[in-house]
Design a protein. Structure first.
Length: 243
């Protein structure tokens, strides 16, 4: 308004006449352009002051953005809670907690089916096909994975981990369906893989002990279906992270 008065004054108009001209030309805007909620104290927003339509628009946009951020946070929290609830109640949930003990293995459990299939197919002595025999036993039980050419690769390529197994300490007492994978060596370039049937370790043959070789110490890893792994905090069993 002051700017308009100055401009009109430059053209020889007095202040009174200038005001009259402005009011006649812009009757709908005959009001102050500066609004301060401190004057009216509306809804307690006494710290907000806007000047003109641009400032009003910016203030509205800021408030809308803040409201949207809060809504997004609430939606994210709600989704997270829903997922946690589904994981804890789902029968296919992998893993255990202090309040959810590991389920017992029965004849219909995947580890038991795999162990039984391997035991039925095993020969009295090795025929050099351990990877094929154990792979078929696991697949018959419903485990899904891409077959490997060598036995040691079921551990090093993450095949067992992706199929739902976790690595446990080699000192853990074996349970039905546990899988042991021997690393490759100079004498055994393909390594070895075997499964525990409840009484013995079997691969393509029924072994006399956990060590399939005639002698020597060879490194290996032990794997267990994550659905049947006891809670480490309760039983002192170290669960190694999948590498």
């Amino acid at each position: 308004m002051k700017r308009s008065l100055i401009i009109l004054s430059l053209f020889g108009l007095g202040a009174t006449q200038a005001n009259a001209e402005v009011e006649q030309t812009f009757p709908a805007y005959n009001m102050p352009l500066v609004y301060s909620a401190a004057d009216d104290d509306i809804d307690g927003y006494d710290d907000i002051s806007v000047d003109g339509e641009d400032e009003i628009s910016q203030a509205i946009q800021q408030l809308s953005a803040q409201a949207q951020q809060r809504e997004d946070r609430l939606a994210a929290l709600s989704e997270k809670l829903s997922q946690q609830s589904q994981m804890q109640t789902s029968p296919t949930y992998f893993g255990t907690s202090a309040n959810r003990p590991a389920p017992r293995i029965n004849s219909n459990s995947a580890p038991a089916i795999a162990a039984a299939r391997a035991a039925q197919a095993a020969h009295s002595r090795s025929i050099g096909r351990c990877a094929r025999y154990v792979r078929k036993a696991l697949q018959a039980a419903g485990y899904e994975f891409t077959p490997n050419a060598s036995a040691y690769q079921y551990a090093t390529r993450g095949t067992l981990a992706n199929a739902g197994f976790v690595k446990v300490s080699n000192n853990t007492p074996p349970q039905i369906g546990d899988v042991v994978v021997y690393n490759r060596s100079a004498k055994h370039k393909h390594g070895h893989i075997q499964i525990f049937d409840g009484t013995a370790w079997v691969s393509d043959f029924r072994q006399n002990s956990i060590n399939p070789y005639s002698g020597g110490n060879y490194s290996y890893t032990t794997w267990r279906d994550a659905r049947y792994t006891d809670n480490a905090s309760n039983n002192g069993i170290y669960l190694a992270m999948n590498e």
